[in-house]
Design a protein around this ligand. Structure first.
Ligand code: MG
Length: 383
């Protein structure tokens, strides 16, 4: 089969801005295939299996975890990338890496860790994903991190404060200039949203925190449900749920592809730099569907994320993270020997900020169950 030619506005692997540490090219794989493979082999990626998406990992074996979420994001992202003739390998790499920096216990964990770090520069999971691939992974003899290409790192850094952007050099520039990233990065961003909105419906129904009546407040859900029930009279509840979610994803993704095609057509970016310089996103749903999608998001927030059972988990998660952070800061002897050594070295200069960052890196890297077992271990010692 002939190689598919990418659009001129796609990111081309042969014209990558490259890696921080120079490396020889691979004989068989493009630069972005290599990035994707490095991400899949790194330990932060494996740990996503035991990190919460919405439901804490031990609540049930059937729910999404950060890992299965990331795989679903990549699948949606690749479909869109291929349909628009942009770089599928790059899109996949960004999608698979986008949540590497997530703390245990989902957003509750991120908020709690950010609060712990408020006097030490804060904590932001998106920036942490970049920190993992740039610094924290130790896999290669010649450089820290995974030494990914500029384009994959650009995509991983979805948002960034002006202050942090100033410290990031070239990569941070677009947040200062208010530019856009590549189309591949824009696709990964929106594929994330499409994936979680839809799989959270599935998980929420499975957990009985949502029901069909509540979801029918969403036009998007209601319309697709009506079609399914009309077409098949004898489906069971599970089949209905899956068919509705499948149709919703297809409906949104199809609209996104068509609308983005129109936008690209009218903006006519000649190359990826023109994409970056455009002020508007070129990967966008049509207004009508975007509104329906946002309505669904609002309903999920109110009915699922703010559900008292999910909130209970949120409170427990915040307590656990705060407790661990305070305990390690006060008493580093509770940490691994290796980390204690590193902290000792830094404490010669009495650098509390560095110590806090090392502890935040450690906590952020934990899986849900490891954080809970650490909480148990330390609180038992303190009894
Ligand atoms: Mg995500």
């Amino acid at each position: 089969m002939a190689l598919r030619e990418l659009a001129t506005f796609a990111v081309s692997a042969t014209e990558s801005k490259g890696r921080v540490y120079k490396e020889d090219q691979s004989d068989y794989r493009s630069e972005f295939q290599r990035d994707r493979d490095r991400i899949i082999h790194c330990s932060a990626f494996r740990r996503l299996e035991y990190k919460t998406q919405v439901f804490v990992n031990h609540e049930g074996d059937m729910f999404r975890t950060r890992l299965t979420h990331s795989i679903e994001v990549a699948q949606i992202g690749r479909t869109i990338a291929r349909a628009l003739n942009v770089n599928e390998d790059l899109t996949e790499a960004i999608c698979l890496a986008h949540d590497l920096g997530h703390t245990p216990f989902g957003h509750a964990g991120q908020d709690a860790l950010n609060n712990c770090m408020k006097n030490f520069g804060g904590f932001e999971h998106n920036l942490q994903s970049l920190r993992i691939v740039d610094v924290l992974e130790e896999r290669y003899p010649n450089f820290p991190g995974l030494n990914l290409t500029y384009e994959t790192r650009e995509g991983i850094l979805k948002h960034c404060s002006q202050k942090n952007a100033l410290e990031l050099g070239e990569l941070g520039k677009r947040f200062i200039k208010n530019n856009k990233p590549s189309l591949e990065a824009q696709i990964a961003n929106i594929a994330d949203e499409i994936a979680y909105n839809n799989h959270d419906i599935d998980d929420g129904l499975r957990a009985n925190l949502l029901n069909i009546n509540l979801l029918s407040k969403s036009v998007l859900f209601e319309d697709n449900l009506k079609e399914v029930v009309k077409k098949w009279k004898t489906l069971n509840e599970r089949q209905i749920r899956h068919e509705v979610v499948r149709r919703m994803i297809n409906y949104i993704v199809s609209d996104l592809i068509e609308n983005s095609r129109r936008l690209i057509q009218s903006y006519q970016p000649g190359n990826v730099d023109a994409v970056r310089e455009s002020r508007q996103s070129l990967i966008k749903m049509g207004e009508f569907i975007e509104k329906k999608h946002n309505d669904l998001k609002r309903i999920l927030r109110k009915e699922l994320y703010e559900h008292e059972q999910v909130q209970l988990m949120t409170e427990q998660a915040k307590k656990t993270i705060q407790y661990l952070f305070d305990a390690y800061m006060k008493n580093p002897i509770l940490l691994t020997d290796e980390l204690q050594e590193r902290i000792k070295e830094n404490m010669k200069s009495k650098n509390e900020r560095k110590k806090a960052r090392m502890i935040a890196d450690y906590i952020a890297g934990m899986t849900d169950r490891f954080a809970l077992s650490e909480y148990k271990r330390i609180s038992n010692q303190n009894k």
